[in-house]
Design a protein around this ligand. Sequence first.
Ligand SMILES: *Cc1c(COP(=O)(O)O)cnc(C)c1O
Length: 396
Amino acid sequence: MPFKQRLDKMSPPPSSAASPDFLPYGRQLIEEDDIAAVVAALRSDWLTTGPRVGEFEAAVCAFTGVQYGVAVSSGTAALHAAMYALGIGPGDEVIVPAMTFAATANCVVYQGGTPVFADVEPDTLLIDPMDVARRITAKTRAIIAVDYAGQPCDYYALRDLAQSHGLALVADACHSLGGSYKGKRVGTLADLTVFSFHPVKHITTGEGGMVVTDNPELAARMRRFRNHGIDTDHRQREASGTWAYQMVGLGYNYRLTDLQAALGTNQLAKLPGWLEKRRVLAAIYDAALAKVAAVRSIVVRPNNEHAYHLYVVRLVDRDMRGRIFAGLRQHSIGANVHYLPVHLHPYYREVFHTVPGLCPNAEAAYDCILTLPLHQGMDEADVDRVVHVLKQELVA
Ligand SMILES: *Cc1c(COP(=O)(O)O)cnc(C)c1O
């Protein structure tokens, strides 16, 4: 059949999103010094696989207190690299939470494995270790925990489960860079920890990701994986005066460029201040919404330092969610919903035969959650505006 080009018009963005005072739920903050850092990389000899990649890896390692960092082209590539490093393949099961972005489960499928969905705790929406325990089988190889919204999971319970069943523990910490659990930094809590540098995350490289680990063999496998499965990179060959290289496994081109790494290193220096800002803004939301009976904030466990990637509330009356979402949008407030439980996506239903009822807490939460804007470019007045409009819409 001849290829027929589709000429359907793209639907225009909602008019509110085009308005100059539109407040998105998340957004990057790029300043002049970020631009200067990227320009310096552009003027250098290395646009990719150069020194700035290693500098960025070292900076993230220093920040998280971990020994090895492997920078890749996205958070999704980082998850894929983690699954590869662990040797996940056909016949293997990996337990993932239902309440997450699809990439957390997709990375298992990339390797030919089977994601097994575990439910979340109803109050925190974090993976429930008791439910994980129920879903472990003889085929289970790993658990991927997701620090939903920026709050670290119950890593001691997950670590115990992983150890007693001989499983690897992976942290999808795409929401929680800069968080900590009982005084231990995110990055040090799992065998492999994955970060994303997409523009809505804490710091950005445009697209980008990293896996951090204290295990040198896993780090070496991931370095090969991001470079076609080849055992040395261009600079290493130049340094040792040889052209020879070997491809020892099947890898991909998942490299991060030096332009991106330059941006990442410059952004990371500002992260402590940005985290503080996010926590202050979240506390203002908490205080203001505590007085609003129609909404509840997600529960934050004591002794954890939340990194506040997202500020999520739950509407007591789930039937109001659609109207509140639309009302906020009409007032140029970019509320959002994170997430449709992954097992309910058509792909998973068709290919893995997952069905509604598999993870009831995640499914019930999905009906009533709403993400309100939170990012470092906001100020107190922005939070006040969101709360004001939200209250107005609740009584409308
Ligand atoms: C953002 C995100 C990812 C994927 O990161 P990308 O950099 O967009 O590929 C994976 N998992 C979670 C939980 C995320 O929020």
